[in-house]
Design a protein around this ligand. Sequence first.
Ligand SMILES: CC(C)(COP(=O)(O)OP(=O)(O)OC[C@H]1O[C@@H](n2cnc3c(N)ncnc32)[C@H](O)[C@@H]1OP(=O)(O)O)[C@@H](O)C(=O)NCCC(=O)NCCS
Length: 297
Amino acid sequence: MPAIRIVAAEGIDRRACRMLLPDKPGVVGWSQLLVAKDAATGAILGAAKGMPVRMESSQFQLRIAVHVPKPFRRRGVATALIDHLAGHAREQGFQSLAVLLEPEDRDAALPFLSARGFQTVDRMTTFEARVERMAAWLFERRRWLIDRGEIPATARIVPLSEAPIDAVAELHARSIGGVAPRIAASLTELARSSDGRDTVVLLIDGVVGGYHHCDSKGDLSMTHALAVTEDLRGGGAGSGWAGLLLLADRVEEGIRRGVVRSRFSCLSTVRPTLRLANIFEADIVSIGEYLCRDLVR
Ligand SMILES: CC(C)(COP(=O)(O)OP(=O)(O)OC[C@H]1O[C@@H](n2cnc3c(N)ncnc32)[C@H](O)[C@@H]1OP(=O)(O)O)[C@@H](O)C(=O)NCCC(=O)NCCS
């Protein structure tokens, strides 16, 4: 078996890493890109990447993804990549490694992940709701919030291309995960492309209060990220007007464009989104698994 060398993916290796592990739409902020090489020939044997993700407890996990092409499997390549990521993560004070496993990857990946000490700790449910149903509730609730004077007069929703991207990236990193400069680079690219036309930012007196990263294809729209600053969140004393305004705005625009259904996902710990799924009478489209491996010894 060849000796395996793990290196940070730079230059041409970075391109190889991206080809083996293409970014899923909306999942931005991967910061640790690695490739595994045959120590003798330099041939690339596999790739991995990591992204810090904030947990409900405010601690950080390192979310990872690994891919080893078929001819190089069962030689310890993925194990070497994960060990490398785990070493760094431990040094940087992360509590655990995490993998989000889509249903279609489950059968192929689960034996490996179980062998490497990962355990399923949560599930990621993807919902789909009819926008008509969402509109009925969101527009009524928005009217009520406006009438009660909850929404500041200076609040406005602008396209991503007109927003301060660095502040949006900071909000994403703080609330969802990822490394802000990497997220800013992805969002800058997104703002310039036609895929970015559906992503909007809430500004209050010009300051970022929230953002909604979504896109639509045909009659289906997909939310990739929805985040509002800590002071504007619902629950407790807050009415949650900011998140609601962002959702209502996208539903309104979606209806104008012929969107019929809207898709969104969340872990079972994200109660506000589960509550909305319930209000919107959303169907469950798929359930992915969230697996973790503790790093604290
Ligand atoms: C899952 C994957 C990364 C494993 O890569 P790999 O380099 O073959 O993994 P390793 O050689 O390090 O395997 C380590 C151990 O995991 C277990 N394992 C790995 N693949 C397995 C399989 N197909 N069936 C059963 N056990 C398996 C074994 O215990 C293995 O040790 P062994 O070969 O000494 O028995 C690879 O199959 C892959 O890229 N799959 C597609 C992408 C994917 O699903 N990624 C995982 C989600 S992040």
